[in-house]
Design a protein around this ligand. Structure first.
Ligand SMILES: NC(=O)c1ccc[n+]([C@@H]2O[C@H](COP(=O)([O-])OP(=O)(O)OC[C@H]3O[C@@H](n4cnc5c(N)ncnc54)[C@H](O)[C@@H]3O)[C@@H](O)[C@H]2O)c1
Length: 344
């Protein structure tokens, strides 16, 4: 298949790119190498050497560029986003522009280019604060952060593009993804770094909040299943391990793996926009995608710590002042010609 991946240079995108190239697909990546965090250019090192891969350094806010790129593609896998709850609380307009307007652009360009299916990346955060129970796609969605709102709006556009124009779409609601190349703003990376540096891990809240962590290879497998599944009709689907653990337990697992059970965590007030629990019921994914998570948390964490220790040069760095350098008001929509830099 001819596959377009937006956000190909990121955490999930670069892992997915490698898998699709191994399966002999033709892959075109689009990424603007957004400076929310730096160092991701090394993630595509291996893929760049592959004859079936090309990379466009461009922005999903550039509709003309997307139209030119998506012509004749079989599938568009849309991962590009301003990911993260906390940054969205600081700069809600950027999250809205990239995540909602950017997705609308992807849908319009896909429709225009005759794409057969768009696989959108949504998030468990759309559910908002749930009790400590698993949620299905039938449950109410009440976003509590600008990030979640932007992702929900994007999902709704995806459904509408199926209903109004017949473009087959699906929104995969990923539940906290972790593994090699994980973003530097995510808890597992931050805890691992502290523990390996001999510093006590900092926990926001009492640590009894829980997350349904899902290993990146399992998420990539779910995307691959969505590429070939029968018509998906714009629906959202939970992509979750279905086995949440508390943050306190996560930290103690990491301490055990790193051999530093002596480092007691320090607790801070909860962060605005963060939800108490995430726990996804994966029944619909089993039914529509024939997909189930396979990696247990202990195995996944061990893989991650091993990757972290052995890939010092590939550890990405969060921009030090995200609030001032990422104001959406200063974002410009670039000239299509500037963007058409194709690296091969
Ligand atoms: N990682 C998770 O736990 C998780 C959970 C739920 C949903 N998601 C969603 O999955 C997707 C991928 O997440 P990730 O963790 O790999 O994030 P990531 O930040 O590592 O990857 C996103 C990529 O998009 C690129 N990008 C940002 N703005 C862009 C723009 N305007 N034009 C083109 N490219 C742009 C970035 O440079 C980056 O390479 C996102 O849509 C995210 O919201 C992730």
């Amino acid at each position: 298949m001819k596959v377009i991946i937006t956000g190909a240079a990121g955490f999930i995108g670069s892992n997915l790119t490698e898998r699709l190239l191994n399966e002999d697909h033709e892959v075109i990546g689009i990424d603007n190498f957004d400076d929310y965090y730096s160092g991701k250019s090394l993630f595509l090192e291996q893929s760049m050497a592959h004859p079936n891969f090309s990379l466009i350094h461009g922005d999903i806010l550039n509709l003309q560029l997307l139209k030119e790129t998506m012509k004749g593609a079989d599938v568009v896998i849309h991962l590009a986003a301003q990911a993260g709850v906390r940054i969205s609380v600081k700069d809600p307009l950027k999250s809205h522009m990239v995540n909602t307007v950017g997705t609308l652009n992807v849908l319009m360009a896909s429709l225009d280019g005759g794409v057969k299916r768009v696989i959108n990346s949504s998030s468990s955060s759309v559910y908002g604060n749930i009790d400590d129970r698993s949620v299905t796609e039938e449950d109410l969605v009440i976003p509590v952060s600008p990030y979640a709102t932007s992702k929900l709006a994007a999902e709704i556009y995806c459904r509408q593009f199926y209903e109004l124009y017949g473009l087959d779409t699906v929104s995969l609601r990923y539940f906290t993804v972790y593994g090699p190349r994980q973003r530097p703003d995510m808890a597992i990376r931050i805890f691992t770094e502290s523990i390996l540096n001999g510093l006590p891990p900092k926990i926001y809240g009492d640590g009894e909040q829980s997350r349904d962590f899902t290993y990146v290879d399992d998420v990539v497998a779910a995307i691959c299943s969505a590429m070939s599944a029968p018509e998906l009709k714009g629906v959202p689907i939970n992509i979750s391990g279905g086995k949440p653990i508390t943050i306190n337990r996560l930290v103690s697992e990491l301490q055990a793996i790193c051999g530093r059970t002596d480092l007691d965590p320090i607790y801070f007030p909860p962060q605005p926009g963060d939800v108490n629990h995430t726990w996804g019921d994966p029944t619909l994914a089993i039914k529509l995608l024939n997909w189930k998570a396979r990696t247990g948390i202990r195995e996944g964490l061990r893989n991650y710590v091993e990757w972290y220790v052995n890939n010092e040069e590939r550890r990405t760095i969060l921009s030090s002042d995200i609030s001032s350098t990422h104001s959406a008001t200063s974002m410009s929509i670039s000239n299509p010609l500037d963007d058409l830099l194709i690296y091969k």
